[in-house]
Design a protein around this ligand. Structure first.
Ligand code: TXA
Ligand code: MG
Length: 336
Protein backbone atom coordinates (compact mmCIF):
# COMPACT_ATOMS: atom_id res chain seq x y z
CA UNK A 1 0.00 0.00 0.00
CA UNK A 2 1.79 3.12 -1.17
CA UNK A 3 0.25 6.55 -1.69
CA UNK A 4 1.55 10.01 -2.30
CA UNK A 5 1.18 11.96 0.94
CA UNK A 6 0.30 15.58 0.36
CA UNK A 7 1.07 18.23 3.01
CA UNK A 8 -1.04 21.37 3.07
CA UNK A 9 -0.64 24.31 5.45
CA UNK A 10 -3.68 25.67 7.22
CA UNK A 11 -3.94 28.88 9.19
CA UNK A 12 -5.50 27.90 12.54
CA UNK A 13 -6.95 31.41 12.80
CA UNK A 14 -8.69 31.07 9.43
CA UNK A 15 -9.08 27.32 8.95
CA UNK A 16 -11.86 27.27 6.35
CA UNK A 17 -10.41 27.24 2.86
CA UNK A 18 -9.01 25.08 0.09
CA UNK A 19 -6.81 22.87 2.27
CA UNK A 20 -9.66 21.85 4.54
CA UNK A 21 -11.98 21.44 1.53
CA UNK A 22 -9.41 19.14 -0.11
CA UNK A 23 -9.06 17.16 3.14
CA UNK A 24 -12.82 16.80 3.45
CA UNK A 25 -13.11 15.57 -0.15
CA UNK A 26 -10.42 12.95 0.44
CA UNK A 27 -12.11 11.80 3.64
CA UNK A 28 -15.52 11.57 1.95
CA UNK A 29 -13.88 9.35 -0.65
CA UNK A 30 -12.71 6.99 2.10
CA UNK A 31 -9.18 8.43 2.40
CA UNK A 32 -6.87 9.01 5.35
CA UNK A 33 -6.07 12.55 6.53
CA UNK A 34 -3.89 13.62 9.46
CA UNK A 35 -5.05 16.79 11.17
CA UNK A 36 -4.17 18.80 14.27
CA UNK A 37 -6.21 18.63 17.45
CA UNK A 38 -5.53 20.57 20.65
CA UNK A 39 -3.82 17.46 22.08
CA UNK A 40 -1.81 15.71 19.34
CA UNK A 41 -2.22 15.19 15.58
CA UNK A 42 -4.90 12.62 14.73
CA UNK A 43 -5.23 10.29 11.72
CA UNK A 44 -8.81 10.61 10.51
CA UNK A 45 -11.13 8.45 8.41
CA UNK A 46 -14.92 8.29 8.08
CA UNK A 47 -15.96 6.63 11.33
CA UNK A 48 -19.12 5.04 9.97
CA UNK A 49 -17.36 3.44 6.97
CA UNK A 50 -15.69 0.15 7.98
CA UNK A 51 -13.41 0.08 4.91
CA UNK A 52 -12.13 3.61 5.59
CA UNK A 53 -11.53 2.76 9.24
CA UNK A 54 -9.68 -0.40 8.25
CA UNK A 55 -7.26 1.91 6.41
CA UNK A 56 -6.34 3.57 9.71
CA UNK A 57 -5.40 0.24 11.27
CA UNK A 58 -3.34 -0.68 8.20
CA UNK A 59 -1.46 2.65 8.01
CA UNK A 60 -0.66 2.63 11.73
CA UNK A 61 0.09 -1.06 11.99
CA UNK A 62 -2.38 -0.97 14.87
CA UNK A 63 -3.71 -4.21 16.34
CA UNK A 64 -7.43 -4.66 15.58
CA UNK A 65 -7.99 -5.14 19.32
CA UNK A 66 -7.29 -1.47 20.11
CA UNK A 67 -10.45 0.66 19.63
CA UNK A 68 -10.53 4.19 18.14
CA UNK A 69 -11.93 7.49 19.39
CA UNK A 70 -14.76 8.95 17.28
CA UNK A 71 -14.59 12.74 16.84
CA UNK A 72 -17.54 14.97 15.99
CA UNK A 73 -18.14 18.68 15.43
CA UNK A 74 -20.69 19.02 18.23
CA UNK A 75 -21.70 17.37 21.52
CA UNK A 76 -25.11 16.51 20.04
CA UNK A 77 -23.48 14.61 17.16
CA UNK A 78 -21.21 12.79 19.59
CA UNK A 79 -23.91 11.73 22.04
CA UNK A 80 -26.14 10.66 19.12
CA UNK A 81 -23.66 7.80 18.61
CA UNK A 82 -24.38 6.44 22.10
CA UNK A 83 -27.23 3.96 22.62
CA UNK A 84 -27.98 5.76 25.86
CA UNK A 85 -26.05 7.91 28.29
CA UNK A 86 -26.30 9.05 31.91
CA UNK A 87 -26.93 12.72 32.84
CA UNK A 88 -23.25 12.93 33.78
CA UNK A 89 -22.38 12.59 30.07
CA UNK A 90 -24.31 15.74 29.23
CA UNK A 91 -22.86 17.58 32.22
CA UNK A 92 -19.31 16.70 31.19
CA UNK A 93 -20.03 17.50 27.54
CA UNK A 94 -21.33 20.92 28.53
CA UNK A 95 -18.29 21.63 30.68
CA UNK A 96 -15.46 20.14 28.60
CA UNK A 97 -16.50 19.94 24.93
CA UNK A 98 -14.99 21.02 22.72
CA UNK A 99 -11.90 19.88 24.62
CA UNK A 100 -9.51 17.09 25.62
CA UNK A 101 -11.97 14.73 27.33
CA UNK A 102 -13.06 11.44 25.74
CA UNK A 103 -16.21 9.73 27.03
CA UNK A 104 -16.76 5.97 26.73
CA UNK A 105 -20.47 5.15 26.32
CA UNK A 106 -22.62 2.27 25.03
CA UNK A 107 -22.27 2.05 21.24
CA UNK A 108 -25.09 2.56 18.75
CA UNK A 109 -25.05 -0.11 16.05
CA UNK A 110 -24.41 2.58 13.40
CA UNK A 111 -20.83 2.68 14.74
CA UNK A 112 -18.99 -0.16 12.97
CA UNK A 113 -17.47 -2.76 15.24
CA UNK A 114 -14.05 -2.25 13.60
CA UNK A 115 -14.02 1.18 15.34
CA UNK A 116 -14.73 -0.28 18.77
CA UNK A 117 -12.53 -3.37 18.34
CA UNK A 118 -15.64 -5.50 18.51
CA UNK A 119 -16.68 -4.00 21.84
CA UNK A 120 -20.09 -2.74 22.92
CA UNK A 121 -18.84 0.74 23.86
CA UNK A 122 -17.62 3.69 21.82
CA UNK A 123 -15.18 6.47 22.80
CA UNK A 124 -16.40 9.96 21.83
CA UNK A 125 -14.86 13.39 21.80
CA UNK A 126 -15.34 16.88 20.35
CA UNK A 127 -11.88 18.34 19.74
CA UNK A 128 -11.20 22.03 20.44
CA UNK A 129 -8.72 22.81 17.65
CA UNK A 130 -10.20 25.19 15.06
CA UNK A 131 -8.77 23.14 12.17
CA UNK A 132 -10.20 19.88 13.56
CA UNK A 133 -13.58 21.53 14.00
CA UNK A 134 -13.51 23.10 10.52
CA UNK A 135 -12.64 19.71 9.04
CA UNK A 136 -15.38 17.88 10.95
CA UNK A 137 -17.91 20.49 9.79
CA UNK A 138 -16.71 20.26 6.20
CA UNK A 139 -16.91 16.45 6.11
CA UNK A 140 -20.21 16.67 7.97
CA UNK A 141 -19.83 13.26 9.56
CA UNK A 142 -17.96 11.65 12.46
CA UNK A 143 -14.25 10.86 12.05
CA UNK A 144 -12.44 8.03 13.75
CA UNK A 145 -9.01 9.36 14.69
CA UNK A 146 -6.23 7.79 16.72
CA UNK A 147 -2.98 9.67 17.20
CA UNK A 148 -1.23 9.95 13.82
CA UNK A 149 1.79 7.77 14.57
CA UNK A 150 2.77 4.21 13.75
CA UNK A 151 1.59 1.86 16.50
CA UNK A 152 3.91 1.88 19.57
CA UNK A 153 5.62 5.10 18.52
CA UNK A 154 5.47 8.51 20.12
CA UNK A 155 2.37 10.61 19.40
CA UNK A 156 2.96 13.49 16.96
CA UNK A 157 2.70 17.11 18.03
CA UNK A 158 3.78 18.53 14.65
CA UNK A 159 3.02 17.74 11.01
CA UNK A 160 6.68 16.82 10.57
CA UNK A 161 6.37 14.11 13.25
CA UNK A 162 3.41 12.71 11.29
CA UNK A 163 5.35 12.81 8.04
CA UNK A 164 8.28 10.93 9.55
CA UNK A 165 5.99 8.08 10.61
CA UNK A 166 3.29 7.95 7.93
CA UNK A 167 4.71 9.41 4.71
CA UNK A 168 3.54 7.24 1.81
CA UNK A 169 0.87 5.56 3.92
CA UNK A 170 -1.78 8.29 4.10
CA UNK A 171 -3.31 10.78 1.66
CA UNK A 172 -2.84 14.16 3.31
CA UNK A 173 -1.43 15.96 6.34
CA UNK A 174 -2.98 19.26 7.36
CA UNK A 175 -0.16 21.31 8.89
CA UNK A 176 -1.27 23.97 11.37
CA UNK A 177 1.95 24.07 13.41
CA UNK A 178 2.63 22.48 16.79
CA UNK A 179 -0.33 21.39 18.91
CA UNK A 180 -0.81 23.28 22.17
CA UNK A 181 -1.76 20.50 24.61
CA UNK A 182 0.98 18.05 23.71
CA UNK A 183 -0.53 15.02 25.49
CA UNK A 184 -3.60 12.97 24.57
CA UNK A 185 -7.12 13.45 25.92
CA UNK A 186 -8.35 12.02 29.20
CA UNK A 187 -10.41 8.87 28.55
CA UNK A 188 -13.30 8.42 31.02
CA UNK A 189 -15.48 5.30 31.10
CA UNK A 190 -19.07 6.30 31.88
CA UNK A 191 -20.46 2.78 31.47
CA UNK A 192 -19.40 1.88 35.02
CA UNK A 193 -20.25 3.31 38.42
CA UNK A 194 -18.36 5.12 39.70
CA UNK A 195 -16.94 6.28 36.37
CA UNK A 196 -13.32 5.28 35.80
CA UNK A 197 -10.46 7.14 34.17
CA UNK A 198 -8.93 4.72 31.68
CA UNK A 199 -6.21 7.09 30.50
CA UNK A 200 -5.12 10.22 32.40
CA UNK A 201 -4.82 13.25 30.13
CA UNK A 202 -5.14 16.98 29.87
CA UNK A 203 -8.37 17.13 31.89
CA UNK A 204 -7.51 16.26 35.51
CA UNK A 205 -9.48 13.95 37.82
CA UNK A 206 -10.19 16.95 40.07
CA UNK A 207 -11.72 18.91 37.19
CA UNK A 208 -13.97 15.95 36.34
CA UNK A 209 -14.94 15.40 39.97
CA UNK A 210 -15.91 19.05 40.30
CA UNK A 211 -18.66 18.30 37.76
CA UNK A 212 -19.85 14.73 38.48
CA UNK A 213 -18.39 13.68 41.84
CA UNK A 214 -15.95 10.84 42.59
CA UNK A 215 -14.27 8.93 39.77
CA UNK A 216 -11.83 6.04 39.93
CA UNK A 217 -8.20 6.63 38.99
CA UNK A 218 -6.36 4.35 36.59
CA UNK A 219 -4.70 1.41 38.31
CA UNK A 220 -1.81 2.96 40.20
CA UNK A 221 1.15 0.93 39.01
CA UNK A 222 3.94 3.06 40.43
CA UNK A 223 6.72 4.49 38.33
CA UNK A 224 10.01 2.66 38.49
CA UNK A 225 11.62 5.00 41.02
CA UNK A 226 15.37 4.57 41.14
CA UNK A 227 15.48 1.43 39.07
CA UNK A 228 16.16 2.06 35.41
CA UNK A 229 13.61 0.44 33.12
CA UNK A 230 14.25 -0.28 29.50
CA UNK A 231 12.18 0.89 26.58
CA UNK A 232 13.40 -0.23 23.17
CA UNK A 233 9.92 0.42 21.79
CA UNK A 234 9.73 4.12 22.47
CA UNK A 235 11.68 5.66 19.66
CA UNK A 236 11.64 5.23 15.93
CA UNK A 237 13.82 2.28 15.09
CA UNK A 238 15.66 3.77 12.18
CA UNK A 239 16.61 6.81 14.27
CA UNK A 240 17.55 5.25 17.56
CA UNK A 241 17.50 1.48 17.43
CA UNK A 242 18.87 1.04 20.93
CA UNK A 243 17.19 3.96 22.66
CA UNK A 244 16.27 3.24 26.24
CA UNK A 245 14.29 5.60 28.45
CA UNK A 246 14.83 5.63 32.21
CA UNK A 247 12.97 7.56 34.87
CA UNK A 248 15.14 8.49 37.82
CA UNK A 249 13.95 10.02 41.06
CA UNK A 250 16.33 12.15 43.08
CA UNK A 251 19.65 13.09 41.52
CA UNK A 252 19.33 12.06 37.88
CA UNK A 253 22.56 13.84 36.94
CA UNK A 254 24.58 11.06 38.56
CA UNK A 255 22.91 8.51 36.29
CA UNK A 256 23.41 10.75 33.25
CA UNK A 257 27.13 11.07 34.00
CA UNK A 258 27.45 7.35 34.60
CA UNK A 259 25.91 6.52 31.21
CA UNK A 260 27.92 9.24 29.48
CA UNK A 261 31.15 7.99 31.06
CA UNK A 262 30.36 4.56 29.64
CA UNK A 263 30.35 6.15 26.20
CA UNK A 264 26.62 6.42 25.46
CA UNK A 265 25.05 9.44 23.76
CA UNK A 266 22.59 10.53 26.43
CA UNK A 267 19.51 12.75 26.31
CA UNK A 268 18.44 14.25 29.62
CA UNK A 269 15.05 15.76 30.47
CA UNK A 270 15.56 17.68 33.66
CA UNK A 271 14.54 20.77 35.60
CA UNK A 272 17.91 22.46 35.72
CA UNK A 273 21.49 21.87 34.71
CA UNK A 274 23.79 23.16 37.44
CA UNK A 275 27.27 22.14 36.29
CA UNK A 276 28.95 21.59 32.90
CA UNK A 277 28.04 18.32 31.19
CA UNK A 278 30.07 15.85 29.17
CA UNK A 279 29.98 16.47 25.41
CA UNK A 280 27.93 13.38 24.72
CA UNK A 281 25.02 14.59 26.87
CA UNK A 282 22.16 16.56 25.33
CA UNK A 283 20.24 18.22 28.14
CA UNK A 284 16.74 19.67 27.84
CA UNK A 285 15.48 21.94 30.60
CA UNK A 286 11.79 21.20 31.15
CA UNK A 287 9.10 23.55 32.51
CA UNK A 288 8.19 23.27 36.19
CA UNK A 289 4.44 23.54 35.60
CA UNK A 290 2.78 20.22 34.76
CA UNK A 291 0.69 21.71 31.96
CA UNK A 292 3.71 23.34 30.30
CA UNK A 293 5.75 20.18 30.78
CA UNK A 294 2.99 18.11 29.13
CA UNK A 295 2.88 20.49 26.20
CA UNK A 296 6.61 19.92 25.52
CA UNK A 297 7.20 16.30 26.52
CA UNK A 298 6.59 14.53 23.19
CA UNK A 299 8.21 17.33 21.22
CA UNK A 300 11.37 17.00 23.32
CA UNK A 301 11.42 13.20 23.05
CA UNK A 302 11.03 13.55 19.27
CA UNK A 303 13.88 16.08 19.38
CA UNK A 304 16.19 13.69 21.27
CA UNK A 305 15.14 10.92 18.93
CA UNK A 306 16.09 12.99 15.90
CA UNK A 307 19.40 13.92 17.57
CA UNK A 308 20.22 10.22 17.69
CA UNK A 309 20.74 9.71 21.42
CA UNK A 310 20.99 6.10 22.58
CA UNK A 311 19.75 6.63 26.12
CA UNK A 312 17.27 9.04 27.65
CA UNK A 313 17.22 9.85 31.35
CA UNK A 314 14.18 11.66 32.74
CA UNK A 315 13.96 13.28 36.15
CA UNK A 316 10.82 11.88 37.74
CA UNK A 317 8.08 14.49 38.33
CA UNK A 318 6.42 14.80 41.76
CA UNK A 319 3.84 12.20 42.76
CA UNK A 320 1.02 14.73 42.83
CA UNK A 321 -2.16 14.38 40.81
CA UNK A 322 -1.44 17.31 38.52
CA UNK A 323 1.47 15.24 37.17
CA UNK A 324 -0.69 12.10 36.70
CA UNK A 325 -0.83 12.23 32.89
CA UNK A 326 2.86 13.06 32.48
CA UNK A 327 3.87 10.27 34.87
CA UNK A 328 1.57 7.86 33.03
CA UNK A 329 3.24 8.62 29.69
CA UNK A 330 6.74 8.38 31.18
CA UNK A 331 5.82 5.06 32.72
CA UNK A 332 4.61 3.74 29.37
CA UNK A 333 7.71 5.04 27.65
CA UNK A 334 10.00 3.30 30.13
CA UNK A 335 8.13 0.01 30.42
CA UNK A 336 9.53 -2.74 28.24
O1 TXA B 1 -6.14 13.27 22.35
C1 TXA B 1 -6.52 12.22 21.83
O2 TXA B 1 -7.33 11.47 22.39
C2 TXA B 1 -6.00 11.89 20.43
C3 TXA B 1 -6.55 12.90 19.44
C4 TXA B 1 -6.17 12.56 18.02
O3 TXA B 1 -7.95 12.98 19.59
N1 TXA B 1 -6.37 10.56 20.06
C5 TXA B 1 -5.82 9.45 20.62
O4 TXA B 1 -6.25 8.28 20.08
O5 TXA B 1 -5.00 9.52 21.51
P1 TXA B 1 -5.51 6.88 20.34
O6 TXA B 1 -6.16 5.91 19.43
O7 TXA B 1 -4.04 7.06 20.19
O8 TXA B 1 -5.88 6.53 21.80
C6 TXA B 1 -7.22 6.21 22.11
C7 TXA B 1 -7.30 5.54 23.44
C8 TXA B 1 -6.67 4.18 23.41
O9 TXA B 1 -6.01 3.97 24.63
C9 TXA B 1 -7.86 3.26 23.26
O10 TXA B 1 -7.62 1.98 23.77
C10 TXA B 1 -8.90 4.02 24.05
O11 TXA B 1 -8.67 5.37 23.78
N2 TXA B 1 -10.27 3.67 23.63
C11 TXA B 1 -10.85 3.89 22.43
N3 TXA B 1 -12.10 3.39 22.39
C12 TXA B 1 -12.34 2.85 23.59
C13 TXA B 1 -13.44 2.17 24.18
N4 TXA B 1 -14.58 1.94 23.51
N5 TXA B 1 -13.30 1.74 25.45
C14 TXA B 1 -12.17 1.97 26.14
N6 TXA B 1 -11.09 2.59 25.65
C15 TXA B 1 -11.15 3.03 24.39
MG1 MG C 1 -2.08 6.78 20.27
Amino acid sequence: MSRRTQILSVDPEKPAGQAVARAAALLRGGGLVAFPTETVYGLGAKALDPAAVAGIFAAKGRPATNPLIVHTASPEQALALARHFPPTAEQLATRFWPGPLTLVLPRRSVVPSVVTAGGDTVALRVPAHPVALALLRAVDQPLAAPSANRSQRLSPTTAEHVRQDLDGLIDLILDAGPTSGGLESTVLDLTVLPPRILRPGLVSPAEIEAVIGPVLRPDPSPLPGDKPLRSPGLLGRHYAPRAVLECVSGDSSARVRELAAAGARVGWLTWEVSSPLPENVLAVTMPRQARDYAARLYAMLHHLDAAGVERIVVSLPPETEEWLAVRDRLQRASAS
